[in-house]
Design a protein around this ligand. Sequence first.
Ligand code: NAD
Length: 457
Amino acid sequence: MNAPVSATLARLRQTFESGKTRPIEWRLQQLSEIDRMLRDHESDFAEALKADLGKCRFEADLTETSFVQAEAKYARKHLEDWMRPQRVRTPLMAQPGKSYIQPEPKGVVLIIAPWNYPMSMVMAPLVGAVAAGNCAIMKPSEITSHTSAALARILPRYLDNEAFAVVEGGIPETTELLEQPFDHILYTGNERVARVVMAAAAKHLTPVTLELGGKSPCLIDKSADIEVAASRIAWGKFINAGQTCVAPDHVLVHREVATKFIETLSAKIREFYGDDPAQSPDYCRIASERHTERFVKLLEGQKIHTGGRVDVAMRYVEPTIVLDPAPDSALMQEEIFGPVLPVITVDEMHHAIKFVADRPKPLALYLFSKSETLEDVVLSKLSAGSVCINDAVLFMVSPELPFGGVGNSGMGRYTGWYGFETFSHMKPVMKRSFRFDAPMRYPPYTDKKARLLKMVR
Ligand code: NAD
């Protein structure tokens, strides 16, 4: 059972104010503890992820455990550099003097996570918060209850209990947390709840990072290597049974290669998961029966090329290819967030570009093409949280690239340096010398002083 939220927050705030979280040694040690926790309890987390999402060991490792460990390792390697004040130029008018940006921790932060990557969406943001020297409360998703319970049980045995706490629960518990004054909130989840989070944060003027979703399009040009494109798209779409915020939501393919792409993709599904993916140990389940039922409705009346089987009791949705759904169908209006891939055929790539440009900015945008001209057009005309050319989802492995949305797909970013920056206040400092005090800025103001000031700015 959770301790009262206000008491937990008071404990963490006291720790933060004591200065305990500021030294690099403490931060490095906490980052090491994250790594040690994941190594010691890899099996516990894998079992929890299996129970929640039918996640196989390989995907649990790749997309959850290793992902967080790589983040923690990268932060440990760079932390000294990140914490160092960054010198910047000082204008002539402020000479003699020096200027720098000194990162400082924000304080006590709140991390609210969703169910689709229930461990890494708690822990990867936490790496940034720890590196930046904050205390944090983590609220895992109640929908993936096994992983939530595992985090609540295991994490306090490794991380400093005076600085970190896991609060379990659903809407009432999150609402209670959101009433408290945090110094930053990082929320990952859907747009509707993001508005609730932002409204609550506004009461305390708390800054927010919103990691949301949306319909990430995938454009396939006739110049693309269709065999490789089909493999990469099948992988990016069907890992975690499509419950990936950056999974390709739908494909817009050039008519000249459409049939070849659809047939190759269908063959890849069989190659990856066998003739009956329900029997594959590598294929995940949907998070709940309620979430599975959605797919029955989404597929109603659609032209199904491959798959299409839904078993609500087993939380199973077969990897499915749908051909040319109507743009006003639910399938093309909502984020699919499951293993159903609509493939829309276009006569020209500029039709695909217009299709994407007319819709809200996605979290990820994929282009498969050998044409650099098309690449330039896509990059200059379309906005997205991230763009990945000739692959799907893989950009997530780079700690050098920030991760976050734009417009409806979110605001703010994290991973690597960007996580450190998100959870830091980048405090500008200017230090002047007493040595020389130019009188030109002081009244009485004259035209000569104005002219001089213009010259030294
Ligand atoms: P969810 O239902 O688990 O909700 C997310 C969190 O919000 C949970 O911790 C939950 O307890 C809390 N919550 C739910 N309703 C609430 C309310 N009314 N008030 C306060 N808190 C509430 O997960 P979800 O939102 O279904 O997650 C799926 C969405 O997340 C998709 O849109 C997906 O694209 C997006 N997502 C984005 C990223 C990213 O990094 N950008 C990563 C993963 C998922």
